[in-house]
Design a protein around this ligand. Structure first.
Ligand code: SF4
Length: 370
């Protein structure tokens, strides 16, 4: 497969809590994840796929799409939608760049356990909606639509917004994964997301106090009174980052800057990034050795399903072999000419042969040439 060209540089119009989180960690990752061509390279494991299905169902329930379902039939309806959405993603994942290891979505780890938790949480949410006491309905604008403030630069839609009293608003969000870190503190990413929503709601209802509640699929909910100063400080940072990214994009358009100026290499992020193959900053960075690595170098030969490359980076300067490349997707390697620049993602290190570093492909390996 040939290395993709860079996408067309496009200004970012707004951030949501999740896009802000991505861009905050690495703006290059954020920009590439918006390009349809690059999206194909995002590796989605079953855990992520199930999480997105759960979130879609909760969001749908929050919009009132289950209001006409009888309470006794709710579990059955959740079963049906969960099965349909997972099956749909399963078909898509079968046709993706990364072949699936599973014969059906029901074989995904955690399939039934997450469904059981989803049923519990959706039942609670269903009852809360039916109680008719406090979901914001004043003008119908906040339950169905995204809330936009700061000239449209911040947008977001919490799972549920509640008027607790005439002067207090509760922001509720449902989480399918863990919500606390190792020291039992709420995860920073979740806190930031809640502050993001709070900044938006404060702008819309400046006279009201705000509180947020995180409802995990498993375990007790977590509640906190919002510190408005913190929320506003976050909103300022969001707008600042948006302007900074757009200024680099303007530079890319005029060729005075490069896409690499958006990169922010950090081990935690880069380890799971799907776009390493395009990122010079990743290859230039000296990360601690890990079992899975991405390699790029100049083609020397391809024999007995083993490619030999000459690799020169800040961390490696030697001959590398990658063996067991027998799958049809690697056939093109036979046709490469000496010196062609080749990139392999996520190969696994095995015992070296003398001075030669030896690797093998994994399910996440993609081979590209430039
Ligand atoms: S590899 Fe790291 S620096 Fe490069 S785009 Fe991905 S996260 Fe950003």
């Amino acid at each position: 497969m040939r290395l993709l060209d860079w996408p067309l540089p496009e200004k970012i119009t707004h951030f949501t809590p999740s896009s802000y989180e991505t861009f905050r960690k690495c703006a290059l990752q954020g920009v590439l994840s918006r390009s349809p061509q690059y999206k194909e390279f995002i590796y989605l494991n079953p855990k992520t796929l199930i999480g997105s299905v759960c979130h879609r169902i909760i969001e749908s329930l929050g919009r009132g799409n289950f209001d006409d379902v009888q309470e006794g039939k709710l579990a059955e309806e959740i079963d049906k939608q969960y099965d349909e959405l997972c099956s749909d993603l399963f078909v898509k994942s079968k046709n993706s760049i990364y072949p699936t290891q599973y014969s059906s979505p029901q074989k995904w780890p955690g399939y039934y356990m997450r469904l059981a938790r989803l049923k519990v949480i959706t039942h609670k949410l269903y009852q809360a909606r039916k109680s008719n006491r406090s979901v914001i309905r004043t003008s119908g604008q906040f339950i169905e639509k995204q809330i936009e403030v700061f000239g449209g630069k911040l947008k977001g839609r919490p799972d549920r917004v509640v008027f607790v009293s005439s002067n207090e608003i509760l922001i509720e969000d449902y989480k399918s994964g863990v919500i606390f870190d190792d020291e039992s503190r709420i995860l920073i990413s979740i806190k930031q997301q809640m502050l993001f929503y709070s900044a938006i709601l404060h702008k819309a209802f400046p006279e009201k106090r705000l509180r947020f509640r995180i409802v995990p699929f498993k375990g007790q909910p977590y509640e906190e009174i919002v510190d408005i100063k913190q929320a506003n400080a976050l909103a300022e940072k969001v707008v600042e980052l948006l302007n900074e990214v757009n200024s680099i994009i303007t530079g890319i358009e005029s060729s005075s800057r490069s896409f690499h100026d958006l990169a922010n290499p950090e081990i935690q992020n880069c380890r799971i990034c799907s776009f390493k193959f395009r990122c010079n900053r990743y290859f230039d960075h000296s990360f601690p050795e890990s079992e899975l690595v991405s390699i790029r170098g100049n083609f020397i030969d391809f024999e007995q399903n083993t490619i030999t490359l000459s690799v020169t980076t800040t961390t490696i300067n030697q001959i590398v072999k990658i063996r067991h490349l027998s799958e049809p997707k690697y056939v093109f390697l036979r046709t490469l000419i000496v010196g062609t620049f080749v990139i392999f993602t996520e190969v696994k290190r095995v015992v070296s042969q003398g001075n030669i570093l030896l690797f093998e492909p994994t399910i996440r390996t993609i081979a590209l040439y430039e």
